[in-house]
Design a protein around this ligand. Structure first.
Ligand code: FES
Length: 494
């Protein structure tokens, strides 16, 4: 029977995105068995998938290299390898499975031998012994084939076994989401870095908000925790995602934020990590949160920044929720006192209070329709967060970014260009304008859009920029049959 693997694992084995694999299923080129695919089918569809092409071997070499460095007492910046206990446990699980399969093969040989004996007995008393002879020959052939060593290489099967040693897969029963835990990551860290909005609070075993239920598989505690489980929790296999890693593939029940309403308001004191002026009127500000008090938010949301007596300022977050300790903002120069402080008096390590998140300009994760982002100047900030999140989640079949900008070129042009080169499903088009945005140049934007997509009624469209710009564009898009339900608008206050 062919080995069935999850879509995520199959995608990792042949080095393509999960979305690309889903497209093959959608196009009836690949059969899916309750969310799993057969390794034989994958091999047939991707005959050129060579073991050398895959990063698994590279990762394994890294492990060996890291082990050697450790043996020589050299300090490592990062440690991607699972620890020895985890490695041993994963090997044990594969060894058990191998022993079980071997047992089944022996049972099969015994069965065939018994059938053969019965047929030989029947042939001796039969008027048509030739018939029984044919049957016996068939069984002899089958037994011989089982005994002959398999010469045909099975690279995907080998890679799958290797991957199971390197990284355990987590399947969340209530949402169907999947992700891998590698290195020494906790289940929470691994889930967040894959773009999932798992529930959590302190990240260090105190609050209990990351509590999840283990349905199958094996986990291991990676740190002691203060949170105390009730007897009933213990009986039901509850554990903390922030304090455990996965030893084998596991299935869990865990809560994830489905909308902005599921994220509580937080008040965090961040520190200025870096501020970089990219042009006369655009500054990139990076704040760092404490390790034990990170900001939980959804891509595309805002927070309110405050410091001392300065008038607070609400700004969209430009970074991805998958990096919840490093929060980025794109700040347009203006007369606002807080912005004056950022441009003129800000110093490294200054404390800035972060309150929020607010806003509902978030990704519709239930829709896989192509996504069009239209950013006006620094209206790109929340769109940057949404794009990073969508790419991490492998969310959309296709993403197209139109960046409408004043000046020579958008302030993060190189990054967008690099994404376009690196991602098969991402297109980027800067659209320059001079002076103010008015109905004339808004119409020009639409002309570019409609020449790319004559029918925009079946696209998710996200629009962000200054109030007058987005309202004019919204009206023109609606006149051109954009679907109001699929159109999300974020009008910037500053
Ligand atoms: S996030 Fe607080 S206990 Fe895990």
């Amino acid at each position: 029977m062919p080995r069935l693997v999850s879509l995520s694992r199959a995608a990792k084995l042949v080095g393509i995105s999960r979305g690309a694999l889903q497209k093959h299923i959608h196009d009836h080129e690949l059969e899916s068995f309750e969310g799993q695919v057969s390794l034989d089918d994958i091999e047939r569809l991707f005959p050129d998938a060579e073991i050398e092409d895959n990063h698994i071997i590279e990762d394994l070499e890294n492990i060996v290299e890291q082990a050697l460095k450790r043996a020589h007492g050299r300090k490592l910046a990062t440690l991607l390898a699972p620890d020895s206990y985890t490695l041993a446990a994963r090997l044990q699980s594969i060894t058990k499975e191998h022993a079980h399969t071997k047992n089944q093969v022996n049972e099969l040989i015994n069965l065939l031998t018994t059938i053969k004996g019965t047929i030989t007995g029947l042939a001796e008393t039969s008027d048509t012994p030739v018939l029984f002879e044919d049957l016996n020959n068939l069984i002899n052939d089958a037994i011989e084939k089982i005994h002959v060593p398999i010469m045909k290489p099975a690279p995907l099967l080998e890679k799958d076994n290797l991957l199971r040693v390197m990284a355990a897969q987590v399947h969340i029963k209530n949402s169907g989401h999947e992700f891998f835990v590698d290195g020494t990551n906790s289940i929470l860290e691994a889930g967040l870095s894959t773009g999932l909005a798992l529930n959590y609070g302190c990240s260090n075993g105190n609050c209990g908000k990351c509590k999840a239920k283990l349905i199958s598989g094996e986990i291991k505690k990676t740190r002691p925790h203060d949170f105390v489980f009730s007897e009933s929790d213990k009986l039901q296999n509850y554990f903390l995602c922030c304090s455990n890693t996965a030893i084998t593939d596991i299935e869990i029940e865990a809560d994830e934020a489905g909308s902005e309403k599921d994220i509580p308001e937080q008040l965090i004191s961040g520190k200025v990590k870096k501020a970089e002026q990219l042009s006369d009127d655009v500054m990139i500000l990076n704040l760092k949160t404490p390790r034990t008090k990170r900001l939980r938010f959804l891509a595309g949301q805002n927070v309110i920044l405050s410091r001392g007596d300065l008038e607070p300022l609400e700004l969209p977050i430009a970074s991805c929720p998958c990096d919840d300790m490093n929060i980025q903002f794109h700040i347009l120069r203006s007369e606002h006192p807080f912005i004056n402080y950022i441009y003129n008096d800000l110093k490294s390590s200054d404390a800035i209070h972060i309150k929020g998140p607010t806003g509902s300009f978030i990704l519709d994760e239930n829709s896989n329709l192509p996504v069009i982002f239209i950013a006006f100047d620094t209206g790109y900030a929340p769109i940057n967060s949404l794009i990073e999140h969508a790419v991490t989640l492998e969310h959309a079949e296709f993403i197209h970014l139109y960046w409408v900008h004043n000046g020579d070129r958008p302030y993060m042009h190189n990054q967008c260009h690099a994404w376009e080169d690196a991602l098969d499903n991402f297109s980027y088009q800067p659209i320059p304008y001079q002076g103010e945005v008015n109905s004339e140049n808004t119409q020009e934007i639409l002309n570019v859009l409609v020449s790319d997509y004559p029918d925009i009624s079946n696209k998710n469209i996200y629009l962000c920029g200054a109030e007058n710009m987005v309202r004019q564009t919204e009206n023109i898009l609606l006149d051109h049959n954009a679907n109001k339900e699929l159109l999300k608008i974020h009008a910037l206050k500053i």
